[in-house]
Design a protein around this ligand. Structure first.
Ligand code: ADP
Ligand code: MG
Length: 565
């Protein structure tokens, strides 16, 4: 063995730990779910590693999770014989938090005085391993990476630092031992050394885990003796393989939390089966909130891939287009090789067929939410609309369906967003175009001088404020045969024929009246603008700058400038 080193937690990890130590989260039972979830992931990884590398020196004959309690010492241990961690991995994944969005999370938590909101945020982030510190005042971890001779021992009280040392021998896998905080004697429900408490929690949160979760239990035997026997606490049924009416809502929810690493319930469940030449089962979820890394390039995307109940990979991008990257869950494909690689998957024709069906089903689900469950659709759209709209750019196959799903703010109603169908239904006689404005915020767009003529004529304008909006409206071009047009581009002609004649006469007069002024301004501004014109679009502002029909809109111009073009 080498000497013990004391290392500091990274600053963000330390702050998150503080929150755990001081137990901001009220449902402490979930610490066990997190530890079991990690153990299960480690067993999945080991089985896969052993399949890929036949020479790997590991024992996969009895992969399982074990829970052990010592009532006198008040310790609880969760042990797995999975893939384990190297010393470097322990330092990097336990000592730091690599998840993007951590800084924002912590800032929001500090600023938020509302305890409920804080709980929700913590839940969205998912604290994983650190949840152990809600119930323990010290945690020890002993681990050995598959194929390596020595192991690593780690321990911490969750306060600023941790100790770490290399050890010559350790059992295969990882064990995590919690030194439980003093029990609240009134509160036997949360006595985590009691068999039935543990049994309850495992059943509630981890029943579907595909590996046996075992515990040695004591039973009164003959003549006052105690017998000990090992029991498996979970049923291990693959949820996606069961039929829908056999599965309880709560089971779906717990499964979702395991696959999505989320603490909140999902918004919607999609459970489907594909039969015929290529069999598969899919259990997919629409989350109720966006993860913090939704727009981070290295963020998690895609669903888990299984082949006949065997876990193959996380984040399988081949099964979900990028614009549905927030969809979580499992796809179990029956006819794939266990050794399939990510690269081959992308090309696989059958995978492409499955993906196409999954996409159709997800979009149909969103459509159904929109038609029948307005509240949930609204949540979905406010969390993920900006991502879904990316699909309007590259998924031409589903463009029409996607266009029906879009909702956007509109001048029609300050509170209610509208869909394109609604806009078209309200179009005025003689109105040929769908008008929109793009910019950073609703307030900014409403105060834009471009808006005046539209307001004066009672013409509805869509107010598009996501960066992706500029791109999709250009790409899509029209809806229901009506061109989508920016109010800030080109000559905007809002008049009917009669009005036009009359206006032309007036304008002619005005041009004569103001010819000198315009000529003077053209001279003064020659360096800055292409042309100075009398305008028919302003009613109260004295002047505004307009782009040519083919010019960039101000937002795009700003975007390109920021990108250094
Ligand atoms: P997450 O599970 O969402 O990645 P956690 O905080 O639960 O986050 O765990 C952090 C990381 O620590 C895991 O991704 C994994 O790499 C490692 N880890 C935790 N527990 C184990 C374990 N029992 N065996 C192997 N690795 C583990
Ligand atoms: Mg975890």
């Amino acid at each position: 063995a080498s000497q013990v080193e004391t290392l500091e937690f990274q600053a963000e990890a330390r702050q998150l730990l503080q929150l755990m130590v001081h137990s901001i989260y009220s449902n402490k039972d979930v610490f066990l779910r997190e530890l079991i979830s990690n153990a299960s992931d480690a067993l999945d990884k080991l089985r896969l590693a052993a399949q890929v590398d036949k020479d790997l020196d590991v024992d996969t004959s009895d992969l399982h999770i074990e829970i052990e309690v010592d009532r006198d010492a008040r310790t609880l241990t969760v042990r797995d014989n999975g893939v384990g961690m190297t010393r470097d991995e322990v330092v990097s994944v336990i000592g730091t938090i690599a998840k993007s969005g951590t800084a924002e999370l912590l800032r929001t938590l500090r600023e938020s005085a509302d305890a409920n909101a804080s709980q929700e945020l913590i839940g969205q982030f998912g604290v994983g391993f650190y949840a152990a510190f809600m119930v323990a005042d010290a945690v020890e971890l002993l681990t050995r990476k598959a194929g390596e001779p020595g192991g690593t021992r780690w321990s911490s009280t969750g306060e600023g630092s941790y100790s770490i040392e290399s050890v010559d021998t350790a059992p295969q896998g990882t064990s995590v031992t919690l030194h439980l905080k003093p029990a609240d004697t009134e509160d036997s429900l949360h006595d985590y050394t009691a068999e039935w408490t543990i049994r309850e929690i495992v059943k509630r949160y981890s029943d579907f885990i595909a590996w046996p979760i075992r515990m040695t239990v004591e039973r009164p035997g003959e003549e006052g003796a105690t017998t000990r026997e090992e029991q498996t606490l979970n049923s291990m049924k693959a949820l996606w393989a069961r039929s829908r009416d056999e599965v309880e809502q709560a089971e779906y929810h717990e499964f979702y939390k395991h696959v999505a690493h989320d603490w909140a319930d999902p918004l919607e469940i999609v459970h489907m089966k594909g039969e015929g030449t290529f069999e598969y089962e899919a259990l997919l979820f629409l989350p109720a909130h966006a993860p913090l890394d939704l727009f981070a390039p290295q963020g998690r995307r895609g669903v888990q891939l299984y082949v006949k109940r065997v876990f193959i990979m996380d984040d399988c991008e081949a099964l979900m287009p990028n614009y549905l990257r927030f969809v979580k869950g499992v796809v179990d494909a029956h006819d794939l090789s266990l050794n399939i690689s990510r690269e081959i998957l992308q090309q696989d024709r059958q995978i492409q067929v499955v993906r196409r069906r999954l996409v159709k089903k997800i979009l149909a689900t969103v459509k159904d939410l929109k038609a029948n469950h307005a509240e949930r659709y609204r949540t979905l759209w406010s969390e993920f609309g900006a991502v879904v709209k990316e699909g309007l750019i590259d998924d031409t196959e589903n463009r029409d369906t996607l266009l029906e799903l879009v909702s956007a703010a509109s001048t029609q109603d300050p509170a209610e967003p509208t869909d394109l169908r609604g806009y078209v239904d309200r179009m005025k006689d003689g109105q040929g175009e769908i008008w929109y404005a793009t910019g950073e915020s609703r307030a900014m767009l409403e105060n834009s001088p471009h808006m005046e003529a539209f307001r004066a004529r009672g013409l509805e304008v869509l107010l598009l404020t996501d960066p992706v909006d500029e791109v999709w409206v250009e790409r899509v071009g029209e809806y229901d045969g009506k061109p989508l047009r920016s109010i800030a581009k080109g000559d905007v002609d809002l008049d009917t024929d009669d009005e036009r004649e009359q206006a032309e006469a007036e304008r002619e007069q005005q041009r004569k009246d103001h010819a000198e002024l315009v000529a003077w301004m053209s001279g003064v501004l020659a360096e800055d603008v292409k042309e100075v014109r009398l305008s028919s679009r302003l009613t109260t502002s004295p002047a505004c700058v307009v782009g040519d029909a083919h010019d960039l809109t101000p937002t795009l111009e700003k975007m390109y400038r920021a990108m250094g073009h």
